[in-house]
Design a protein around this ligand. Structure first.
Ligand SMILES: CC(=O)SCCNC(=O)CCNC(=O)[C@H](O)C(C)(C)COP(=O)(O)OP(=O)(O)OC[C@H]1O[C@@H](n2cnc3c(N)ncnc32)[C@H](O)[C@@H]1OP(=O)(O)O
Ligand SMILES: CC(C)C(=O)C(=O)O
Length: 514
């Protein structure tokens, strides 16, 4: 397997993400994690940016022992001097000089002719070589540069003393075929190419950064550059973790590998997200929250039978404990049953079918069903059976300038319909009054408690009530994604218990709480 070097530029190009600015301490923390991740070269910053940037790189230089520390620099002596200052304490240092080479950058940004570009990069590299044995030269906007000129640029950089030549796709314009071909041409036409390492650095403007990086690797580059989670200027850089895992998973195609400690990938991603404030989208490859989560019944069934049906990487590879079978609207019986067994429930086929139907009903109203939701569902199901009253329909009307009104429709054991409506001091008061009128049963509400079973706006609400009537009292519990419905269910359940006790006083006793 060919070794591919990784230059991580989270602390430089990653920090160029709009709104991101890392303190020295944060840079140190991330750099140490990058070292644990087995990154070969850590680009810690762009020293000429500010005094604070130099101090941050110096702080990183003090702690980094294994990786090569890289500092970025324009083709200017003042930038190189700032880089010298920043890297003076580094165990192993590399100066990274860049200059744009494409027609548009030459004409409008740099206002330099081709000759001037060649002379400028040569002078800068020669100046850098006085202080650094390792020099990377980047031809900014290489993918939009005339390929013959890019050959001249690369050759001049090698002659001047560069040890790595990086050809970036600065604005994410390249396509994989075109980009691969560019490296092939460079390898075949540049004198002295065997003396240096070729590198690539891609941006994700068209979502092709990883594909372009892999095309470059397939065409012989020895180093790729990227950032953790793909953060960076505009749409970001190549995500280091994506390329590393692509090489690992498709070694049959690329025959190349990084030295990255892959089980540190997830931890690194979390840290970078936390410290930069750049959230990782749920569907992000490798490190997104859904990368190892399965919600669809057919996929879950496949996973339970053989995980390779729907996973090409094991979560443990990147340091995630396990895959997740998320229960939701699209889930099927296999996954539901598996979760019940994990929770210690053993239902027969009929019970499972009833519980599954309830689960689907809930899933229509709630995005993700968690263990506590299922427990609430099963406990609810356990108390089903013929009851004196069953809540069938509930309507409420509420406005901050109107009187709360509720109407309810209940079904009796015999199938009779009992309907009524009421107003109240609040919505729940109105609902409870309507239930009392419909059932003809009135009791004193001694206690009312509500809490959320799970987290989030769509969480199940659980209501507990205690009712008193004469010397009898009873409890009721109701669960629903809607707290008014949960409240009504709890009230009806408590009334049912009172009714049953009144019918069978000798069995239930008069004053016990259930
Ligand atoms: C592809 C990349 O990611 S490039 C890196 C981008 N990152 C950053 O720019 C972040 C840090 N930058 C900064 O703090 C500032 O831009 C500094 C300190 C570098 C320069 O600031 P200023 O001196 O105020 O210049 P400003 O940023 O406005 O303009 C850039 C100048 O550098 C020149 N320049 C751009 N690239 C290079 C280069 N590789 N080599 C030499 N000169 C360059 C531009 O032509 C322009 O020169 P001009 O002033 O003669 O027109
Ligand atoms: C100059 C290189 C390294 C770069 O940051 C880019 O092209 O985006």
């Amino acid at each position: 397997m060919r070794k591919i070097y990784v230059l991580d530029t989270t602390l430089r190009d990653g920090e160029q993400s709009p709104g991101v600015s890392l303190t020295a301490q944060e840079k140190v923390e991330i750099a140490l994690q990058l070292e644990r991740l087995g990154i070969d070269r850590i680009e810690a910053g762009f020293p000429i940016t500010s005094k604070g940037e130099i101090a941050s790189i110096q702080a990183v230089a003090k702690v980094i022992k294994q990786a090569t520390l890289v500092a970025f620099s324009r083709s200017k002596e003042q930038d190189i001097d700032a880089a010298r200052e920043a890297l003076k304490g580094a165990e192993d240092a590399c100066l990274h000089i860049f200059l744009a080479t494409s027609p548009i950058h030459r004409e409008y940004k740099l206002k330099m002719s081709k000759e001037k570009v060649l002379d400028t990069l040569e002078a800068a590299i020669q100046y850098g070589r006085k202080y650094f044995s390792k020099i990377e030269f980047s031809a900014e906007d290489a993918s939009r540069t005339e390929v013959e000129f890019l050959c001249q640029v690369t050759e001049r950089a090698i002659k001047a003393g560069a040890t790595i030549v990086n050809l970036p796709d600065t604005v994410g314009f390249a396509t994989p075929d075109m980009f691969g071909q560019m490296f092939k041409t460079i390898r075949e036409n540049v004198t002295g190419i065997e003396r240096i390492q070729l590198s690539t650095h891609c941006h994700d403007d068209l979502g092709m950064a990883t594909a372009n990086t892999l095309a470059a690797i397939a065409n012989g580059v020895e180093q790729f550059e990227g950032t953790i989670n793909g953060i960076g200027e505009r749409a970001g850089n190549t995500a280091v973790e994506e390329v590393a895992l692509a090489l690992e998973t498709r070694s049959d195609v690329y025959q190349a590998k990084t030295s990255m400690v892959l089980h540190e990938v997830y931890q690194t991603s979390r840290m970078v997200s936390k410290l930069t404030g750049m959230l990782v989208p749920g569907n992000k490859a490798i490190v997104g929250a859904n990368a190892f989560a399965h919600e669809s019944g057919i996929h879950q069934d496949g996973m339970l039978k053989n995980r390779a049906t729907y996973e090409i990487i094991t979560p443990a590879t990147i340091g995630v404990t396990s895959s997740k079978l998320v229960l939701g609207k699209h889930s099927g019986r296999h996954a539901f049953k598996e979760r019940l067994i994990d929770m210690g429930y053993h239902l027969d086929e009929e019970q499972l079918n009833t519980a599954f139907a309830k689960f689907k009903e809930l899933a229509d109203r709630k995005k993700e069903i968690v263990t506590e939701d299922i427990r609430a569902l099963i406990d609810e199901r356990a108390k089903e059976g013929p009851v004196p009253f069953q809540l069938d329909q509930l309507h409420i009307s509420f406005g901050n300038h109107s009187i709360p009104t509720a109407s309810v429709r209940l079904l009796t054991e015999q199938g009779d319909v009992m309907e009524d409506c009421a107003i109240g001091g609040g919505t729940i008061d109105a609902v409870y009054r309507a239930i009392e009128k419909a059932t003809g049963f009135s009791a004193e509400l001694e206690d009312y408690q509500i809490h959320s079973v799970t987290q989030g706006k769509d969480a199940l609400g659980e209501v507990h009530v205690i009712l008193h009537q004469g010397d009898m009292s009873s409890r009721g519990r109701g669960v629903s994604t809607d707290i008014i419905e949960a409240s009504a269910k709890a009230y009806v359940e408590a009334i049912n218990r009172l009714v049953v006790r009144q019918r069978e006083p000798e069995r239930d006793g008069n004053i016990s709480l259930h």
